[in-house]
Design a protein around this ligand. Structure first.
Ligand SMILES: C[S@@+](CC[C@H](N)C(=O)[O-])C[C@H]1O[C@@H](n2cnc3c(N)ncnc32)[C@H](O)[C@@H]1O
Length: 348
């Protein structure tokens, strides 16, 4: 029988559905079965057959922390204390010399986190039948609790500060820059939504300066293909990729309406909108329609494409006849006249 563990993750607040789908995409890319997905405000609770916390911590862009769930109670103090008393902590704390308790709250101003850190710390200390000290700075085990809505969710933290430790390859650090370059955080999210695995051949058919390829490389994908119609972009992307140590890449000066490839296994892309990047006189709708026509020959059933487009483009009408379906979409406000929409599209 597969043993099931439950985890809770604090998602970043700017687009909760996108953050949640990023996590689900990571479970899928790791071929890990998951169950009972529940969202309480921006706290995601998810059970799975394996612990993939390290994998999530190394890849996710829109999550703050991940912890293994030990108990859920109401926010009443006596309920919290009774629930804590029922947990067997001795097994969890084997080989550990120090611990700390950290309590966070999501949207509940009146709760005094420090007070709960103290009383929970004391209960844990009294429950454990071995010598252990409190180390607030560098504990061997961090107990982590979150007050959210009418619940107190408590467990052992596996990774913290995922979002703030996320070290994107910043635009400033690159030898080649263009105003159309995609924000590295969004590039990472798009790579994750495409569910690529390390062994995949990853394609960005409108690669520009290479932001998406860079993030694909940073999550461990080592066969990268970029296509762009503009030779300055191809040579600039090459400089950007060499700078971060990419060796296995093909950068093709070509039109993505005629792709010179036989197969690829992961695709994320950000086509031109005709503003800071040119469509080279082709109407954007035609460019996208022809691109999907190419994709229908290139990719297999169930393969995914992650694509960013301005929200006014009616993508569903363009791709329906071509045997693609939109499995998810997320709006991202850029400024008053542009909302970007991120699509995850699957070949039927
Ligand atoms: C929005 S930019 C991509 C930016 C890129 N994601 C980055 O972060 O640098 C779109 C790119 O598509 C390229 N492009 C335009 N038409 C194309 C076509 N038919 N085939 C391939 N590339 C094309 C443009 O030269 C431009 O570099």
């Amino acid at each position: 029988m597969v043993s099931k563990k439950t985890f809770f993750l604090t998602l970043s607040g700017e687009n909760i559905n996108l953050s949640k789908f990023e996590i689900i995409s990571l479970f899928k890319s790791k071929n890990t079965k998951f169950f009972n997905v529940k969202l309480i405000d921006r706290l995601l609770i998810i059970s799975s057959e394996k612990n993939i916390s390290n994998y999530i911590a190394s890849r996710a862009a829109l999550t703050h922390d991940i912890s293994e769930l030990l108990m859920v109670s109401s926010i009443e103090e006596h309920d919290i204390i009774e629930s804590l008393k029922r947990i067997d902590l001795n097994k969890k704390i084997e080989n550990k010399k120090s611990f700390a308790v950290r309590i966070q709250k999501i949207g509940l101003k009146d709760i005094n986190s420090e007070y709960f850190e103290r009383i929970i710390g004391r209960i844990i200390f009294n429950k454990i039948k071995k010598k252990i000290r409190v180390d607030l700075l560098n504990p061997d085990i961090l107990f982590y609790g979150v007050f959210v809505k009418n619940k107190f969710v408590f467990g052992i933290n596996n990774a913290q500060k995922i979002r703030s430790n996320f070290k994107p390859n910043s635009l400033k650090s690159r030898p080649f820059f263009h105003p159309s370059a995609l924000n590295p955080l969004l590039a990472r999210v798009m790579v994750n939504l495409s569910q690529i695995k390390e062994t995949d051949i990853f394609l960005d058919p409108f690669c520009g300066t290479g932001s998406i390829l860079i993030e694909a490389f940073l999550v461990g994908c080592n066969k990268l293909i970029g296509i762009d119609i503009n030779h300055k972009m191809i040579s600039g992307a090459k400089r950007n990729l060499i700078k971060i140590g990419v060796k296995n890449m093909e950068l093709l000066l070509s039109d993505s309406n005629h792709i010179p490839l036989r197969s690829v296994s992961g695709i994320a892309t950000d086509p031109p909108y005709g503003r800071s990047s040119s469509t080279y006189k082709k109407p954007l709708i035609l460019l996208i329609e022809n691109f999907f026509l190419e994709m229908s020959d290139l990719i297999l059933k169930n393969q995914l494409i992650t694509l960013a487009l301005p929200s006014h483009i009616k993508l569903v009408e363009l791709i329906d006849n071509l045997y693609f379906e939109i499995i998810n979409e997320f709006n991202q406000y850029i400024h008053s006249s542009l909302t970007r929409r991120i699509y995850v599209i699957q070949k039927k």
